[in-house]
Design a protein around this ligand. Structure first.
Ligand code: M6R
Length: 614
């Protein structure tokens, strides 16, 4: 939800800011803008509706000089996408310009107050209220920019990551955060701001992760100063991040989504590296070694997440219940946080998140933490807000995921859940050693089996072309593959805009079967495991109503092949590992359908990669 970038140093800021915006465009792409202080001290703001490319075109005949600047790519919350609502926003006197990611909840009260003081507004945004408030406080109390930001923020309720610069002051950039991500990059006499590390990594790997309610003053040729809203001066903690430029570039693929689908053998190897010990046929997860007792003592496990991460969580329920004999409740974070759930102090909450910044998942953690639960996170982005709020956990190490449609994040989340459930079951003696060993050795083979499916991409591409006509799709699955059916449906609808539903196959008879006619494509996830015979009957039921069946089957399947219109084979493995394989053809199917329909796969309409507002 909105990407923000900032630069202060000896280089021209504009090219660095634009490149940073392109890298952050996955976070929002309905309008973009930039503000720069040039050598004459003038503060220039340029902004346009549309993508970052529009902004670049718009700026071709403008004064884009300046070695300090801020820039923004927007996902609209308050006010439709328009030039006026785009960031940066000027203050009344045009002395200040500000970018913001988040929501100022009390903006109407603040706006009313500012109007009473003679301020007028050009946009419908909450952000313009914030920059006007900072200007009001600054002039009223004759404060420096740093002090004014501090004082203004004490009056603000809501979430923010902001960057602000000032006319006639090319030496200072002030930034602050609360509940929205913000990273500060420290280079050689230069400083960078980014919503994540992607706009920074090309220049430096030294970063400071700002914490909630911290304000930073970045001043030319000086050390950064940080203090919090309580006015406590803090010692900046510089960390080194591990990320390569190749990780955040398309590397010859037409879309990030396709690159990330194809990266899955590698990302799973990275995820299992050092944890799955092939020689010993064992799994060692430090989180479980150190905190397994919390799980052992827990009467139940709660899992909370959103979207694709929630689907991974649903698979987690099958895993923990089968192997660890612990009851598990899987909760959509946005519902969990508002329904006053019963949480016991000996519960373990597993929040799952790729970005580590999802607002509802963060709120679920706060709620469970307040009630004394132990928080064991599964997260991809190192240093993200969620990873910093948990008591312990496991990083998925999928590498940066930039395509809005989540792919490699899902498979690595499932892999972490499998490793967690197995290590715990081993520790609690709730799994037979032979079964444990069999699953561990099968898990080690998953990356190469995924590669086998990826090598069959032409077949999936050909099938996808047949179904671009469809207005609706039904996805069916059972057991471990029911969440996979839901995930397949989510992938299709978010990037191709075709309506799709994921359903437990047997539940179809209780309603969705009425939708089936000769036009309706039904994707059935039907590998050969415990419910094979049952799902075979469900396929017969679909066929009897003339539905067009695309089945995901185990290699060598003979029965479903006799009935289904199209079969895509996946290698055989242990049942509990099958989602890691069956989801791959579904990712490819949705990708190729969306491409054939001419959709913007990496930046689907109305969506943003990380949902940092509720
Ligand atoms: O970063 P998170 O895993 O917390 O994000 C959760 C969802 O917003 C995310 O999975 C979303 O559903 C994806 N666009 C699905 O592809």
């Amino acid at each position: 939800m909105c990407g923000i970038v900032g630069y202060l140093g000896n280089k021209q800021a504009f090219p660095i800011l634009i490149k940073g915006l392109h890298r952050l465009e996955y976070r929002g792409y309905d309008s973009a803008g930039v503000a720069l202080v040039n050598n004459n001290g003038e503060l220039n703001v340029y902004k346009t509706k549309g993508k970052v490319k529009n902004l670049e075109d718009y700026c071709t005949d403008k004064d884009i000089s300046g070695t300090v600047g801020i820039a923004h790519t927007r996902w609209a919350t308050h006010g439709e996408p328009s030039d006026a609502n785009a960031h940066p926003h000027y203050s009344q006197t045009k002395n200040l310009a500000l970018i913001h990611n988040g929501i100022i909840e009390n903006y109407l009260t603040l706006k009313k107050f500012l109007i009473s003081k003679g301020y007028t507004f050009k946009s419908e945004t909450d952000t313009e209220v914030l920059v006007q408030l900072i200007e009001y406080v600054k002039t009223e109390h004759k404060l420096s920019l740093y002090d004014a930001v501090h004082q203004a923020l004490t009056q603000v309720i809501g979430a923010y990551a902001i960057g602000i610069i000032e006319r006639n002051n090319p030496n200072v950039l002030v930034a602050a955060r609360k509940s929205s991500p913000l990273i500060l990059g420290i280079g050689d006499n230069e400083f960078f701001l980014g919503s994540d590390a992607s706009p920074i990594i090309e220049y430096t790997n030294k970063v400071i992760y700002l914490n909630d309610e911290e304000i930073v003053k970045i001043e030319r040729n000086k050390e950064v100063e940080i203090r919090n809203l309580k006015n406590v001066v803090l010692k900046p903690e510089i960390k080194e991040i591990e990320m390569n430029l190749e990780d955040i570039e398309k590397g010859g693929f037409p879309h990030f989504m396709l690159k990330e689908i194809f990266e899955q053998p590698k990302s799973l190897n990275l995820c299992m590296n050092g944890r799955l010990q092939k020689e010993l046929n064992e799994i060692k997860l430090s989180g479980i070694t150190d905190f397994g007792d919390k799980f052992e003592k827990a009467n139940r496990i709660l899992i909370s997440a959103c979207g694709t991460s929630w689907h991974a969580g649903l698979i987690g329920k099958y895993l923990f219940e089968s192997f660890c004999h612990k009851p598990v409740s899987v909760e959509v974070a946005s519902e969990f946080r508002y329904r006053n759930p019963v949480i016991y102090s000996n519960d373990v909450l597993i929040p799952i998140s790729q970005s580590g910044e999802t607002a509802d998942t963060l709120a679920a953690i706060k709620l469970a933490k307040d009630k004394g639960a132990f928080i064991y996170g599964i997260c991809n982005v190192v240093g993200s807000s969620i990873s910093r709020m948990t008591d312990s956990g496991t990083y998925t190490h999928a590498g940066p995921e930039i395509g809005v449609a989540s792919t490699k994040a899902f498979t690595t989340q499932v892999a972490v859940l499998i490793m967690t459930a197995l290590s715990l079951a081993k520790r609690m003696n709730t799994i037979e050693d032979s079964q444990y060993k069999k699953i561990v050795s099968s898990l080690a083979k998953i990356p190469e089996q995924i590669q086998e499916i990826l090598d069959n991409k032409e077949q999936i591409e050909n099938i996808s072309k047949i179904f671009t006509y469809a207005k609706n799709f039904l996805y069916l699955g059972r057991g471990y593959n029911y969440p996979v059916a839901m995930e397949g449906a989510l992938k299709l609808k978010e990037i191709s805009y075709i309506h799709a539903e994921g359903y437990p196959a047997a539940e179809m008879k209780h309603g969705p079967i009425a939708l089936i006619d000769e036009e309706m494509p039904i994707v059935v996830v039907a590998p050969h495991y415990s419910t094979y015979e049952k799902i075979l009957s469900n396929i017969e039921e679909v066929k009897a109503r003339k539905g067009r069946i695309i089945a995901i089957v185990s290699k060598g399947d003979t029965e479903i092949k006799k009935i289904a219109d199209y079969c895509i084979e996946v290698p055989t493995t242990e049942e509990c590992l099958s989602p890691l394989l069956t989801v791959i053809p579904l990712q490819l199917l949705s990708y190729y359908i969306a491409v054939a329909k001419g959709r913007n796969v990496d930046q689907p309409r109305n969506l943003a990669k990380s949902v940092t507002v509720e």
